[in-house]
Design a protein around this ligand. Structure first.
Ligand SMILES: Nc1ncnc2c1ncn2[C@@H]1O[C@@H]2COP(=O)(O)O[C@H]2[C@H]1O
Ligand SMILES: [Zn+2]
Length: 434
């Protein structure tokens, strides 16, 4: 059953990729300096707009209206009006809102941080705002002698390359994962071992780990013969694309061009190895390694290789930590991720493709998906994380939420079963607190 869940999310199983081979195959796709901003996504091997048009056609009128009225849409329109050079959209913020967003940043290390509110207060610029703050707090700008103009341009590009029309894989998810990563970097077990390079890699990988995500999974790309699936030989297709997109943006902004080439190569490689670790179909491989390190008590965080492995695990935890948040936040993520699955299923139905597991809204309800995800993916991972942190406050807090949320989904499922008993067709189910 656990394997089924992993395969449902990640689609196909495969050997762990030889990262050097991947790198030498794809290193050429970054350097396209000087093309107009409107072509940037296309240059990085982005998804053709036809997919999005198809997806958009599936949206209900209500959702269309909501999107039209959203801040992001307003911001995008502003960017188009101002031309490609316009990046620092923080200028658009109403002073009151900006003040409140800045105030929220004083609590950015707390687990109950409301990322949705932060995104609204920062006018849809949560990723840029958070990254600017954290790079300052950790002293990364000074340590790596980063050029502020290049840095802002780079953060803006990463944020913009997330698809705001995806219910789940959008820039807010990236901000959420980055905020979780920041919390994990504060863990007493880890904090004092970290070098500035570790922190830099961890935050960048978290921020860009899903960049340019199309809102459909790998199996969809494989069965529709998308060019990225053949480029990456059906193996970690999305994760390779996120990584290569990040490298393309770093090079395009020449953010790190003042560093020695060997350091630059090392940074690009490590970013790749962190982002590729988020491929959910490699869950068992990583969990097995984590368990055996913990059983053997042989993790030495003075060792750079061991620290890198720990950062891979931290990023994996951050990526799937939404069921460990307070119910008010967690249930929003659950609705969003299931909505994205259902949209893929609707698209597959329309295109007469086999509907992927978890994507058929006529068969799969949100509580069932959540209980499965928590049981087979999140609990096993966070139980090991708990062991690794020696039962830290944060780990206890996260596991507490996880158990409570699972119990609430069970209650909702029970209510749904009772309600559905008299009905002919099952419904999607809601997420109101019972
Ligand atoms: N609450 C959730 N319920 C079901 N699946 C989830 C949930 N959160 C994350 N996922 C899945 O876990 C995957 C982790 O990697 P991704 O972010 O690429 O895509 C994510 C989703 O497919
Ligand atoms: Zn993710």
């Amino acid at each position: 059953m656990s394997c089924l869940m992993v395969e449902s999310l990640g689609a196909v199983s495969f050997e762990s990729p030889d990262q050097n081979a991947v790198c030498s195959r794809t290193l050429g796709d970054g350097g396209l300096k000087g093309a107009p901003a409107g072509l940037q996504s296309e240059r990085r091997g982005s998804y053709p707009s036809i997919d999005l048009r198809l997806l958009n056609r599936e949206l209900s009128t209500k959702r269309k209206v909501k999107r039209l009225l959203s801040f992001q849409r307003y911001l995008h329109a502003q960017r188009r009006l101002r031309g490609p050079g316009f990046q620092n959209s923080l200028h658009l913020l109403d002073e009151d809102y900006q003040g409140q967003a800045v105030h929220m940043l004083s609590k950015v290390g707390t687990w109950s941080f409301d990322i949705f509110l932060f995104d609204r207060l920062s006018n849809g610029n949560s990723l840029v705002t958070l990254l600017c703050h954290l790079f300052n707090v950790y002293g990364l700008i000074r340590h790596f002698q980063l050029d502020m103009v290049k840095l802002h341009r780079f953060f803006g590009m990463v944020q913009e390359d997330y698809h705001s029309q995806n219910p789940y894989h959008n820039a807010i998810h990236a901000t959420d994962v980055t905020q979780a990563m920041h919390c994990y970097l504060q863990e007493p077990k880890i904090a004092h071992h970290l070098t500035p390079l570790d922190v830099f890699l961890a935050l960048l990988a978290a921020a860009a780990h899903d960049v340019d995500h199309p809102g459909v999974n790998q199996s969809f790309l494989i069965k529709t013969k998308h060019h990225l699936a053949s480029l990456y030989q059906n193996s970690s297709v999305l994760e390779n694309h996120h990584w290569r997109s990040l490298v393309g943006m770093l090079r395009e902004c020449s953010l790190l061009s003042h560093l020695p080439p060997s350091t630059l190569r090392d940074i690009e490689q490590q970013l790749g190895s962190l982002i590729l670790a988020t491929d959910i179909s490699r869950q068992n491989e990583f969990l097995g390694r984590f368990k055996s390190h913990l059983d053997n008590k042989d993790l030495q965080l003075e060792d750079a290789g061991h620290r890198h492995f720990m950062l891979q695990m931290a990023l994996k935890c951050a990526d799937v930590c939404n069921p460990c948040r307070d119910w008010e936040l967690s249930s929003q993520w659950s609705e969003r991720v299931c909505e994205e699955f259902y949209r893929q299923g609707d698209l597959e139905r329309k295109c007469h493709l086999e509907i992927s597991p978890l994507c058929d809204q006529q068969l799969e309800t949100i509580p069932v998906i959540q209980i499965g995800f928590i049981t087979y993916i999140v609990e096993p991972l966070f139980e090991e994380w708990m062991r690794f942190t020696n039962g830290s406050l944060l780990a206890n807090n996260m596991l507490g939420h996880l158990k409570r949320n699972k119990a609430l989904w069970r209650q909702l499922l029970h209510t749904q079963h009772k309600q559905a008993a008299g009905r002919a067709t099952p419904s999607r189910g809601g997420t109101g607190v019972p």
